[in-house]
Design a protein around this ligand. Structure first.
Ligand code: C5P
Length: 229
């Protein structure tokens, strides 16, 4: 099957409180977006890229895209809308059995070995799979006053990371069904789950952080340096 990469990069990153969307902040001399695309290209040089960008994006530079085959798609209001638009844009190009990997632009530290392992697993996997990490902290549920209401068992709990990979046809069907049912979808796997299917969890490195808050940028810089050792 052909491999398609969908990279949602149409968010504003308001939680960063920066002067530009977080994918354009400097990380060790390059914008976050350039790091993320370079990582993906290193592991999947033959893939085709579909990059979701805000229509009014004034920061993007196509020189940061290392893929020979790539397209730009206008993002939507929410992450799921951006991903859905990318999939719509591939209609007629992608076959139902093609693999689609969705990866947040805000995860520049995803490790090349995890990327390769995920693809190896996906080639023999019907339902699809995602990078994930077991929860290490004790989990508390809060009440409205910000006090502990209960302690939840962390046994069997995982952090859902990206990339998440699925067959093109199944992912389109899952996202359309979730939309019709009004199910809030914060990752692709949850839409597949809503079809009654169980995507595979692929245990991944814990340093695949999503840059969200200001301190994450410094952490990502340290992680990239450590990975280069
Ligand atoms: O804001 P958050 O980190 O949860 O966003 C996850 C990913 O989804 C980011 O890569 C962001 O750029 C992308 N996104 C998008 N379209 C939106 C909102 C977020 O492509 N409307």
């Amino acid at each position: 099957p052909r491999l398609w990469l969908v990279v949602p990069a149409a968010g504003q990153g308001r939680r960063m409180g920066a002067d530009r969307p977080k994918q354009y902040l400097d990380l060790n001399g390059q914008p976050v977006l350039a790091h993320t695309l370079a990582r993906l290209h290193g592991a999947y040089p033959q893939a085709s890229l579909c990059l979701c960008l805000d229509e009014e994006d004034a920061w993007f530079d196509p020189a940061w895209v290392p893929f020979a085959d790539w397209r730009r798609v206008a993002g939507g209001d929410e992450r799921v809308d951006s991903v859905t638009r990318a999939l719509d844009d591939l209609a007629g190009l992608a076959a139902a059995e093609d693999l689609v990997l969705v990866h947040d632009v805000a995860r520049p530290c995803v490790h090349p070995m995890d990327l390769r392992r995920l693809l190896d697993i996906l080639l023999d996997e019907r339902v699809g799979a995602l990078l994930a990490a077991p929860v290490a902290d004790t989990m508390k549920r809060a009440d409205d006053a910000g006090r502990v209401a209960s302690t939840e068992s962390r046994a069997g709990l995982w952090h859902a990371l990206t990339p998440q990979g699925f067959r093109y046809g199944m992912l389109c069907e899952a996202l359309a069904a979730a939309r019709r049912a009004g199910i809030a979808v914060t990752d692709e796997a949850s839409a597949i789950e809503a079809l009654g299917l169980a995507p595979r969890l692929v245990a991944a490195r814990r340093d695949n952080l999503k840059i969200t808050h200001p301190e994450d940028l410094q952490l990502a810089a340290v992680i990239l340096d450590a990975q280069a050792q």
